[in-house]
Design a protein. Structure first.
Length: 95
């Protein structure tokens, strides 16, 4: 019982300090309740792993968004170039 209280107290302290968000808190709270963590050190390692995973996912999402915006801009430039070519061809053929 003492170990569970220590783990819960640590989770609460980290959530209040904004080191972990409510989603990580909830999942780790349930794992602590289910006796998944032997001690505080193991819990802290798990917290660091979760935070690293979230940071990686966020970085990948940002990269994907940047790639998508670059592709959209490239397509817009190509469409504008095609329109300009069509206008010049029309002007040349009317002469």
């Amino acid at each position: 019982m003492r170990r569970i209280r220590v783990l819960r107290r640590l989770l609460k302290k980290m959530r209040d300090a904004k080191k972990i968000d409510k989603h990580i808190y909830h999942s780790l709270y349930l794992l602590a309740k289910g006796n998944q963590f032997k001690n505080k050190r193991v819990l802290l390692e798990t917290i660091h792993d979760k935070k690293r995973e979230m940071a990686e996912e966020k970085a990948l999402a940002e990269q994907a968004a940047a790639r998508k915006s670059r592709a959209k801009a490239r397509l817009a430039r190509k469409a504008a170039r095609d329109v300009a070519k069509a206008k010049t061809k029309a002007a040349e053929s009317s002469d």
